[in-house]
Design a protein around this ligand. Structure first.
Ligand SMILES: [Zn+2]
Length: 112
């Protein structure tokens, strides 16, 4: 286990597919420890689409980072109280993410 590895994220088209995959109604994303998978609804990312149906940009990249933070927490730390897990995930996306967002976004665009 290394911090410098890829963490796969499965993007799903709508809430029905999200729920079938183990998501929670009303949530935009979730990390599922049982199958080590991060699941995110594409519409929750507020994407802008190209005319040929590709994602041109996303409005909420922090959602991906938040859920991948949970994946890293689970794999590196294991079980912690939910308030601590959520607090860490939110904290890591405030100042740090804002400062690095311009560097993060192009890499995310290349991935999508
Ligand atoms: Zn969370």
């Amino acid at each position: 286990m290394s911090l410098f590895q890829l963490y796969p994220v499965r993007l799903v088209s709508d809430e029905d597919v999200f729920l079938e995959g183990g998501g929670i109604r009303g949530a935009g994303g979730i990390y599922l420890p049982i199958n080590k998978q991060t699941l995110i609804r594409i519409d929750s990312l507020q994407p802008e689409w190209t005319e040929d149906g590709r994602i041109a940009s996303i409005g909420k990249p922090r959602l991906i980072a938040h859920e991948v933070t949970h994946q890293i927490q689970h794999e590196l730390i294991g079980k912690l109280p939910i308030w601590l897990l959520e607090g860490m995930a939110v904290y890591l996306l405030t100042d740090y993410f804002t400062a690095s967002e311009s560097a993060y976004s192009p890499r995310l665009r290349n991935f999508l």
